[in-house]
Design a binder for this molecule. Sequence first.
Ligand SMILES: Nc1ncnc2c1ncn2[C@@H]1O[C@H](COP(=O)(O)OP(=O)(O)OP(=O)(O)O)[C@@H](O)[C@H]1O
Ligand SMILES: [Mg+2]
Length: 230
Amino acid sequence: MAAERALLELKSVVMRYDSVQSAEHLEILRGVTLEVRRGESVAIVGPSGSGKSTLLNIIGTLDKPVSGEVLLDGKDLTRLDEKQLAHVRNHQIGFVFQAHHLLPQCTVLENVLVPTLADKTGQAGAEERGRKLLHRVGLTERINHRPGQISGGERQRAAVVRALIMKPQLLLADEPTGALDRNTSNELSQLLVELNREENVTLIVVTHSPDLATRMGRVLELREGKLVQQ
Ligand SMILES: Nc1ncnc2c1ncn2[C@@H]1O[C@H](COP(=O)(O)OP(=O)(O)OP(=O)(O)O)[C@@H](O)[C@H]1O
Ligand SMILES: [Mg+2]
C-alpha cells in the first residue's frame, strides 16, 4: 500500500527580512523541511526571535516565504493567488493567537460564527455547530456574554471554537496559553489535545510552555533557522 500523503509538507522554506542597519538580510528560516501527517499534533519550540511565529504565519499563508514549497494536501500554497488563499484560510486552516482577537462588540456565539459569514453554503448548521462546540469547551453559560465579560481562559476557549467552526484540516496556534496563568494554561492545553482527537484536526502549536509542548505527539525545535527533532 502506498504511504498516505502528508497533510502538510514544507520543502526548503527560506525566509529573510531586510535589515534596517545594514545592507545584509536577516535570514530567519534557512531551509525548513517538515512533514506532518493527518491527525498529528506537533509542538514547535525555540528561543524568542528564532522564527517560530514567522514559520507559523508562512504555514497559515499570512506570509510568503522567499523560496521553498508549502504543500497543504499536496497543493503548493506559495503559488496561490489572493482569492485562492482567502479560501484556504477560511476553509482549511484555523488560527489561534496568543491574544484572542475576539470582536469586543459581539457576543461569544457571534464571534465564533464570524468565519461562517463569508461562506453562504457554510451557514446552514453553523449556529448549531457553534453552540455544540461552545458547550464542549464549557462555555454554554457564556454564549451571550461579550469578550470583556469573560475570563482570559474563557476567551481563549472561544477563540479555539472560532478557529474550529469551519472544520479546518489544520489548526495552528501561536502561544495559545501565553497570556494565561498556570492552571488555566494546563486546562487549555488538555482541551487542545482532546479536540485534536475529537475533531480529527491536525494541530501545530508554537509554545514556550514545556507542559503544552510535551502533550503534543512530537516536539520540534527551531534552531539556527532549521527545525530539529527534540
Ligand atoms: N516583518 C518583519 N520585518 C523584519 N524583521 C522581522 C519581521 N518579522 C519578524 N522579524 C524578525 O524575525 C525574527 C523572528 O521573529 P519571530 O516573531 O518569528 O520570532 P519568534 O520565535 O516567534 O519569537 P517569540 O518567541 O518572541 O514570539 C526576529 O528577529 C524578528 O525581529
Ligand atoms: Mg512568536
